[in-house]
Design a protein around this ligand. Structure first.
Ligand code: PHE
Length: 343
């Protein structure tokens, strides 16, 4: 009868499980397999019993047996894996070698922006400049008025700047620290100001509403543009390499006179012309000029007694050129996999 068969298979399964549990190695396991599933094993006896069933019952009986065999084989297999895992554990337990190096913890690294900023600051500190920080929330007075930027200047519109309330905004450049420093200290002044700046630019490959600058200011009797060129050349040699040159292009900023855009030799091609510099051999990296007499006066200095220069250089620009990154967003998305590569 069919129910007898089911009982037999259940009983067989129970015995098989017992045998599996006490099989301690692969040889014992093979013994179990032969005993239960081998050609003259117990399952064969059960199969023979099919002959005693009515023809109508046979197909179902055959299927029940095959299903049971598949199940038994799976159990043998999983016991075999269990034995492997246990053997491995045993070996490892014996193999503890206290002189083995440990698993090294993942180490972090400085962000490329931080690195560019620190390299620049190190250069200026070595040359006697003080590194000072200014507020990121600025008054309209320091961000614009004191820098000779008139009230009707387009840069003052909310379109370009983040205003917190009338008269108060996120600084659009690091230049406000020029007047803040000069008002607080008599000449001579030699400072750099690294830090974040904010402009209402749409985000794209070259623009981010938050970016970093390093401002420089040197004011003393007899300071001229030649000093600026020498200092900037030294800076670019520090951050890019020993062959950098500096090129000034006349430009206008209300707080300097004369004013110049600052270019340096494209580090990507050494000046030959490549994709990074658009074939020109130069990359634009900041603005500069001689501090405007109005700015000196606003700071309480006498333009007849002292002169000075100032510059503002883009930190992202340095980091991107150094790391050969062509999309500024890479610097701010902070994907750890990318940062690891840039380390
Ligand atoms: N503040 C200017 C800017 O952000 C750069 C600059 C700094 C120009 C100092 C001249 C002198 O564009």
């Amino acid at each position: 009868m069919f129910s007898d068969l089911t009982d037999q298979l259940d009983a067989l399964g129970a015995r098989l499980r017992e045998a599996l549990a006490s099989a301690g190695d692969h040889a014992a396991l093979e013994g179990v397999r032969v005993r239960f599933l081998g050609r003259s094993g117990e399952i064969t006896q059960v199969r023979r019993a099919i002959g005693t069933l009515s023809p109508a019952e046979r197909p179902a009986a055959g299927k029940a047996i095959n299903d049971a065999v598949a199940q038994f084989e799976a159990e043998l297999e999983s016991r075999s894996h269990e034995l492997d895992a246990r053997a491995l554990e045993g070996e490892l337990a014996l193999a503890i070698d206290v002189t083995f190096p440990g698993i090294a913890p993942a180490t972090g690294s400085l962000h490329p922006i931080r690195r560019a900023m620190e390299d620049a600051c190190r250069y200026f500190e070595r040359h006697g400049f003080a590194v000072v920080l200014g507020p990121e929330i600025e008054t309209e007075y320091y961000n614009f008025d004191a820098l000779n930027i008139p009230p009707d200047h387009p840069a003052r519109e909310g379109l370009d700047s983040f205003y917190l309330r009338p008269g108060l905004l996120l600084r659009t450049h690091t230049s406000p620290m020029q007047v803040r420093t000069m008002q607080a200290h008599p000449p001579p002044i030699a400072i750099v100001v690294p830090g974040k700046c904010y402009r209402r630019d749409a985000i794209d490959a070259r623009h981010s509403p938050m970016f970093h600058q390093i401002e420089g200011l040197l004011v003393a009797p007899g300071i001229h543009l030649g000093h600026l060129k020498g200092v900037l050349e030294g800076l670019f040699r520090e951050v890019f390499g020993p062959k950098q040159a500096v090129r000034f292009r006349p430009s206008f900023f209300p707080f300097v006179e004369p004013g110049a855009e600052v270019d340096t030799t494209c580090p990507g091609c050494g000046g030959e012309g490549c994709k990074t510099c658009g074939g020109s051999g130069w990359i634009e990296i900041g603005g500069s000029g001689m501090v405007h007499p109005d700015v000196l006066r606003e700071s309480g200095y006498d333009p007849a007694g002292v002169t000075g220069w100032a510059f503002g250089v883009g930190i992202e620009r340095i980091a991107m050129v150094r790391q050969d990154i062509d999309d500024i967003r890479v610097l701010f998305e902070n994907d750890p996999r990318v940062l690891e590569q840039l380390a």
